[in-house]
Design a protein around this ligand. Structure first.
Ligand SMILES: C=C(O[C@H]1C=CC=C(C(=O)O)[C@@H]1O)C(=O)O
Length: 422
């Protein structure tokens, strides 16, 4: 059984283009005082095959304070005129503050819209070209492989019942001119199998943005219908058609990858079950692909028992799934903090929106980079289970960097790629 997104698409189409001119004119002055202001030309964008959502400006931010996050969202949406939704990002760590705000203007159109028209700065054709790039792996590939070996040793000891730990590494990339988030977003959106996203982030200095192209849906809610599409288990795609098919079949037949995948599906079903009157997922994973990767995926669909949980509540319930953290969740999160050695920030969190009726979409924030000035920090992770091989997991993270590196027009050493891109 697969979830049908047809009805969602129709509703999104009807709800399109809510660009409120009054709110646009009022800009940052309207509503609650914002605690952050994105660069004037930077919008929140979610662009995928179902819908292109572009949100500009800030009417108010969800601040720290009493009450649950859901209550604070409801209060903000009840204030004054403006789009009736919040957009933003949830960080990987549950104890770090989410970044959610009510935009001043909103446009929603069905399907993947040409971002040259929908993007924040159509007049300023941004570039990703840089004559020189520096790429610094942090940690090095060797240190990452040692961390994977450390994760395998922890799981083999059997303490805390650890069965899966998702370990990531990052690449710090420096161009010789400021990087254009919009140009990167456009390049990423060429792959129609992903949801390309740009989230302006709070920043005391130069504008920061989280830009990426995720293939994984954490959760969607439309009325009482809830869907999720977890991915786990991966293989790099091959240029040659025969080799590509062989890579896909090998992934589908891999006991290790199926086990790694099953951890995610079971965790999501376990979390959703108490809240659902109906809930179903196929017993076998399916192959799903992006331009550069094969994954194992499982479509999950359910009907909620009641309307008390919003899409944001559901995202907070499910996040972090074992696709980005591990099982059991808390010991896996502790192992990640100890073995990775850096803060993930919004990488492996979630990006999305939630409206006043509780409907919304949240996507897992993977295949992404944090951009600030001339620097981009790229992230890629891999699920480690008994039977994982450190070198193979390192190569898997390299394969996952490919989407962003190709969009930037470089390889993992910072050498310019010959064609397409940027
Ligand atoms: C954590 C990432 O991918 C997750 C999603 C799909 C497949 C995954 C895997 O096969 O390990 C990861 O769980 C990432 O891309 O950084």
């Amino acid at each position: 059984m697969t979830a049908s997104h047809g009805a969602m698409r129709r509703r999104a189409g009807a709800a399109m283009a809510v660009a409120d001119e009054a709110a646009r004119a009022a800009g940052f002055a309207a509503g609650a005082s914002p605690s952050f202001a994105p660069a004037a030309d930077m919008a929140f964008v979610l662009a995928g095959a179902d819908e292109t959502l572009v949100a500009r400006g800030v009417l108010g931010c969800i601040a720290e304070g009493p009450g649950s996050l859901g209550e604070r969202v409801r209060l903000l949406l009840a204030e004054g005129e403006g789009p009736d939704l919040v957009v933003g990002a949830l960080p990987f760590r549950a104890d770090a503050p989410p970044h959610l705000y009510r935009p001043a203007a909103l446009s929603r159109r069905p399907g993947l819209v040409d971002l040259a028209a929908a993007s924040p700065s159509p007049g300023r054709a941004g570039t990703l070209r840089s004559p020189r790039w520096q790429v610094a792996p942090e940690p090095t590939l060797a240190a990452y492989e040692a961390a994977v070996a450390g994760a395998l040793a922890r799981m083999a000891q059997g303490g805390e019942g650890l069965r899966k730990i998702v370990l990531s590494r990052s690449l710090k990339i420096t161009a010789d001119r400021p990087l254009d988030a919009t140009a990167l977003l456009r390049a990423l959106a060429r792959d129609e199998s992903v949801v390309a996203f740009c989230v302006p982030l709070p920043s005391p200095g130069a504008p920061r943005a989280l830009v990426g192209a995720t293939p994984e849906r954490l959760v969607s809610k439309r009325g009482m219908a809830v869907t999720s599409h977890p991915l786990a288990g991966s293989s790099r795609r091959a240029r040659d058609a025969g080799a590509d098919r062989a890579a896909a079949q090998a992934l589908l037949g891999s006991e290790k990858d199926r086990r790694e995948h099953r951890e995610v599906v079971e965790a999501i079903l376990d979390q959703l079950a108490p809240h659902c009157a109906e809930l179903a997922a196929p017993s076998e994973p399916e192959l799903t692909s992006t331009a550069s990767m094969w994954h194992l995926g499982t479509p999950i669909a359910g009907r909620l028992r009641d309307d008390s949980l919003s899409a944001l509540d559901l995202a907070l319930l499910l996040h972090p799934t074992p696709a980005v953290c591990g099982t059991p969740r808390l010991p896996a999160a502790r192992a990640i903090a100890e073995l990775e050695g850096y803060e993930r920030g919004f990488y492996a969190g979630a990006v999305g929106w939630c409206d006043a009726s509780g409907d919304g979409d949240w996507h897992v924030a993977i295949r992404c980079a944090e951009l600030a000035g001339r620097e981009a920090r790229l992230y890629a992770g891999a699920g480690i289970v008994a039977g994982s091989d450190p070198a193979a997991e390192g190569e898997e993270t390299s394969a996952k960097f490919a989407a962003l590196l190709t969009a930037l027009g470089i390889d993992e050493q910072g050498r310019a790629l010959e064609e397409e891109t940027a």
